[in-house]
Design a protein around this ligand. Sequence first.
Ligand SMILES: Cc1cc2nc3c(=O)[nH]c(=O)nc-3n(C[C@H](O)[C@H](O)[C@H](O)COP(=O)(O)OP(=O)(O)OC[C@H]3O[C@@H](n4cnc5c(N)ncnc54)[C@H](O)[C@@H]3O)c2cc1C
Length: 395
Amino acid sequence: MDAEYDVLVIGAGPGGSTAARFAAEGGAKTLMIEKRQEIGTHVRCGEGIARGLLEQAEIPIDESWIAAEMDGARIVSPGGYSFDVDESKAGAEVGFVVERDLFDRKLAELAGMAGVDIEVKTSAIEFIKEDGKLVGMKLISKGEPVEVRAKIFIGADGFESQVGRWAGIDTTLDVKDIMTCVQYRLTNIECDPKYTEFYAGSAAPNGYIWIFPKSATTANVGIGMGGQAVKQGGDPKKYLDEWIANNPKMKNAKQLDMIAGGCSVCAPLDSIVADNIMLVGDAARMIDPMTGGGIAHACLAGRFAGGVAAEGIKNQDYSKEFFQKYEKLWRAEIEEKLFLNWMAKEKLVTISDEVFDTLIKLLSEVGMDNISVINILAVIKERHPELIEEFQDLI
Ligand SMILES: Cc1cc2nc3c(=O)[nH]c(=O)nc-3n(C[C@H](O)[C@H](O)[C@H](O)COP(=O)(O)OP(=O)(O)OC[C@H]3O[C@@H](n4cnc5c(N)ncnc54)[C@H](O)[C@@H]3O)c2cc1C
């Protein structure tokens, strides 16, 4: 590790590795630090990724990290009605269940191949400021204190991010916009190896249960529960255990691992840049509030932030004004979707199991070429206007 870099990327998740790669490919001298001693482990993820955004983020699709290729997603209502979303309806939203540790490592490898210096077991602990300006970062690297100076910082330090806050960017989350997740890798179960499955309704208050298959007998089975429900004493693990116990296809299940973690399910933040700094991925609250998916968004934002950082270095401009270029790029691609899905999520958490049944039954009966929140609402408005009153402002 040198004492000075053009760009310092904090965190080697998908967002950080992609940002670092594109910064280096654009000619910036780049360092990426990761507090864990091994990039990619331990995995805290359902491991589902849509193909389209990955392609947009210029992530080469690589057999090495694909565990299973999906034909689509299945949404199941509390009463057992189901609605399949396949490639004909959702296009490139359909994708893979991956081996997340291998995926993250591959992205870091691409960064390394682009010339990025990578330091694992190295934590950012505090900015070095001169006249209020961010000029460097204090690190603990392999147990030793180190200082590194940089012109641009990219905060890619995930859901528990501190870097943005240290730089004065408001990334605070409302309790209702935090999803608490618990997931098991289960084997010796029966599952559809070609469909990810989502179970909505009171089985997972303010959230959903997912099955993301690795094969016909092994899957990530998890629950995400909204902050309000958890605050009122709801225990996601108890809900998940009960649901699994009542599922005949899982009666012989054996548990291979258990993970827990948080996701933001908020509306897009107003600003994720300041002088000398940009945030990407979970640190910038870019998770889709409807699905909880954030990997591909982190990659896409990483690509944009890395490119803008390289350009900033060439122009010697590291100002908040210059970084509006990054704000425009990522917002043009995902801001509207994040906002609409957040609004839809806000409504969905209020509806009863009976209404869920009616909605899913209706969707399974109606042919729809192009699935989106707006198109779904339009169909419901046509067939069941009484159900849609609450969603009127969304439409
Ligand atoms: C249970 C669960 C299931 C999920 N399932 C899915 C799914 O199926 N599909 C999907 O798309 N998304 C899913 N997500 C969300 C997804 O994991 C994230 O959106 C994604 O990891 C975001 O990538 P990132 O690079 O922004 O952050 P991260 O992947 O979290 O990477 C941040 C990195 O920064 C490092 N770091 C943190 N602080 C510091 C520091 N001070 N110094 C140095 N390094 C630091 C961390 O160790 C970490 O490696 C899930 C999340 C959870 C919790």
